[in-house]
Design a protein around this ligand. Structure first.
Ligand code: DC
Length: 210
């Protein structure tokens, strides 16, 4: 069974996909973490986009127990910063980067039943998934969720700044030429603005059955 979930930043995708996967006892695959892993690697090594693309060929991105590894190093705790979020969104516009990661995502999904979440899962990566959902929420709610997730110096960023950044990121993710975030005709749309995690998981499960 394949369940594809798309939606903008802060729509609750990750939390909900994780919980849903655990409820159904299937794998959870976070594709945003892959774009974030590349962005983090690029930043750490001061690489240009072209250099990243060359290095990418030999990079080993892996997932084990919901942790993200790059060349064997666990980078999970470093990929949720504001800086990495913004860089991940920028590099995700690139066609070669997308090709490489879509290939990796399809290989991972090929072997298992899974809940996979991202921006182009319903439209590109798992076009044939049995179940497709698009999660959304208004930008203020999403910024508040994001603020609660931030750690360290990022905690001081104002809500207004976070709303501005989230809207900027949405625009980039929705208007890019390659695989933009969009609501496909066969996806079920859920506005999570005023729903808690369990309510959303229950709603999704009501379409799937458990
Ligand atoms: O879901 P996230 O916030 O962790 O994703 C980080 C960025 O990666 C997001 O701004 C756009 C990009 N992304 C993408 O282009 N395609 C995906 N399937 C997942 C993420």
């Amino acid at each position: 069974m394949k369940i594809a979930i798309d939606g903008p930043a802060g729509s609750g995708k990750s939390t909900i996909a994780k919980k849903l996967a655990s409820k159904l006892n299937i794998e959870y695959i976070d594709t945003g973490a892959m774009y974030r892993a590349l962005a983090y690697y690029m930043n750490q090594n001061n690489l240009s986009l072209e250099e990243l693309k060359i290095n990418m060929e030999t990079l080993n991105i892996e997932f084990k127990e919901e942790r993200t590894f790059i060349n064997g190093k666990d980078i999970s705790d470093f990929i949720r910063t504001n800086e990495v979020s913004s860089l991940a969104s920028k590099i995700s516009k690139d066609k070669d980067i997308r090709e490489k990661l879509v290939d990796l995502q399809r290989k991972l999904a090929d072997k298992v039943s899974c809940v996979m979440e991202g921006r182009d899962i319903t439209s590109v990566v798992l076009k044939d998934a049995e179940y497709k959902f698009y999660l959304d929420a208004n930008s203020k709610v999403r910024a508040i969720r994001r603020k609660n997730d931030l750690k360290g110096k990022d905690k001081n960023i104002s809500l207004d700044k976070l709303i501005e950044e989230i809207e900027e990121r949405d625009l980039r993710d929705k208007t890019r030429e390659n695989s933009p975030l969009k609501l496909t005709e066969d996806s079920i749309y859920i506005d999570t603005s005023y729903m808690d995690v369990d309510e959303v998981v229950d709603k999704i499960t009501s379409y799937i059955g458990d």
